[in-house]
Design a protein around this ligand. Sequence first.
Ligand SMILES: *[C@@H]1O[C@H](CO)[C@@H](O)[C@H](O)[C@H]1NC(C)=O
Ligand SMILES: *[C@@H]1O[C@H](CO)[C@@H](O)[C@H](O)[C@H]1NC(C)=O
Ligand SMILES: *[C@@H]1O[C@H](CO)[C@@H](O)[C@H](O)[C@H]1NC(C)=O
Ligand SMILES: *[C@@H]1O[C@H](CO)[C@@H](O)[C@H](O)[C@H]1NC(C)=O
Ligand SMILES: *[C@@H]1O[C@H](CO)[C@@H](O)[C@H](O)[C@H]1NC(C)=O
Length: 504
Amino acid sequence: MMSCFNLKTWLLSLVFLSSLLPLFHGIPNKEFRVRAVNLGGWLVTEGWIKPSLFDGIPNKDFLDGTGLQLKSVTTGKYLCAELGGGTSLVANRTAASGWETFRLWRLNENSFRFRVFNNQFVGLDGINVVAVSSVSTDSEIFHFVKEGGNSSRVRIKASNGYFIQAKTEDLVTADVSKVNGWGKDDPTIFVLAIASRFQGEFQVTNGYGPRKAPQVMKKHWSTFIVKEDFKFIASNGLNAVRIPVGWWIASDPTPPLPYVEGSLNALDNAFLWAQEYGLKIIIDLHAAPGSQNGYEHSSSRDGSQDWGKTDENIQQTLHVIDFLTSRYANSASLYAVELLNEPRAPGATIESLTKYYKAGYEVVRRHSLTAYVVLSTRLGTSNSREILPIANGLNRSVIDVHYYNLFEPQFDNITVQQNIDFILTNRSSQLNSVTTSNGPLTFVGEWVAEWQIEGALQKDYQAFAKAQLDVYQQATFGWAYWTLKNVRKHWSLEWMIKNGYIKL
Ligand SMILES: *[C@@H]1O[C@H](CO)[C@@H](O)[C@H](O)[C@H]1NC(C)=O
Ligand SMILES: *[C@@H]1O[C@H](CO)[C@@H](O)[C@H](O)[C@H]1NC(C)=O
Ligand SMILES: *[C@@H]1O[C@H](CO)[C@@H](O)[C@H](O)[C@H]1NC(C)=O
Ligand SMILES: *[C@@H]1O[C@H](CO)[C@@H](O)[C@H](O)[C@H]1NC(C)=O
Ligand SMILES: *[C@@H]1O[C@H](CO)[C@@H](O)[C@H](O)[C@H]1NC(C)=O
């Protein structure tokens, strides 16, 4: 117990300190600030966060969006959609890159469509293999026949029953009915390499298929994040969670295939737990219809990015915001609605984004006068101020910026101290540049104490995390760590807290 005298001194010093804080930070510190963690990989799947979720998928190397490269054993050259698509396939490329990569559409564990660089689907014109139609149903359905064992040699059978062959370097046809063995001079044999993988919500649900996916996802949703996690969050210096959700949640319990029922029930639980432990919730539309960035974390099927291209698509997205806000507007835990995570330029144009953000703001306001409305900056542009004119004049609006010392060559070979200096000078000035006196609040909605350095010491991570906290706590809305749980330990705030890397 504190004595009366000590209590008084303590209270006085508290008053004194808080009167000084605004001077130190240069901004008023009276308002509540979010100290949040993202619940990544929960209601929107990301395979790298929990790879085991994909373990039970039959033929799990062949998921939607997987990029395949096929080298003919007879020409010794790669199969290629000439000009990236729009004409025929050839087998005359010595190296493989975009035009030589075929993205899978998985129909079931044995049947696939192939999509090429310019987004056409591979089909047949007579016996010639072409990539001319942009309509998936016009395309051919293919089956792989693998050599077996650990060989990467395959044959590809079209649905007309014939195998594809690299007849010459310039001519690829589907006209071989009988094959024999796995010799070296057989034009129906290709060496297969997987150039890229995709492991998002579309891949996991379509991979398991309509019979197994509901069970698998239900189990994931009810075990990956549980009530105890909210208790842990609340008792470790955090006051909020940012929860990524996908657009299909708005049509629960009957989302369009391949998505499955149940993420809404999980989100309902999150609101109950948040209430119990006094946590705030930021709902974050992480995956919009058509995909706003082409990444697996926005549930793109194959890397394509179609969000915002039509008015219908924008209306559909607004409906999701309407659904979510009306459902939770009366919960004391609903703190903010983020309209769209990480739209990517140039595909997500500033015009479509302006239109959507303005309309989305109004949709939230129809149900709630107090919920903050969060507008994410675009990936793929260096101008993070471009959103400011949209947000200016919108009461209780927030700009979300994501800061990772990763993914760009400038972070490749830099030292611990250089990483820290980058936070203290460059991130700090980036954050300042979007912080305006009467404009929207600022939110560092994603950051992590991870870098390109391998084998750094615990004290290095501690210093890096501390530098980031020092800078990001100056964001006028607050910050959110990415993410609570992850098999990669530094990406797991739970692991970082339990192991003494981060103390809040
Ligand atoms: C196949 O497996 C054997 C035994 O594990 C290994 O030595 C060989 O390199 C593998 N071959 C390929 C093509 O992966
Ligand atoms: C591949 O074949 C096509 C069709 O004959 C031809 O137009 C193209 O120039 C060839 N490319 C190479 C690199 O040989
Ligand atoms: C902004 O919203 C708050 C909370 O509802 C309200 O008190 C305030 O009057 C609003 N300000 C303006 C300028 O609309
Ligand atoms: C980083 O260092 C490696 C090894 O020295 C080098 O190959 C690479 O080009 C460097 N990257 C950058 C961006 O400087
Ligand atoms: C970081 O900021 C410093 C100081 O303004 C500047 O000299 C440097 O070029 C910046 N570094 C990067 C990688 O942008």
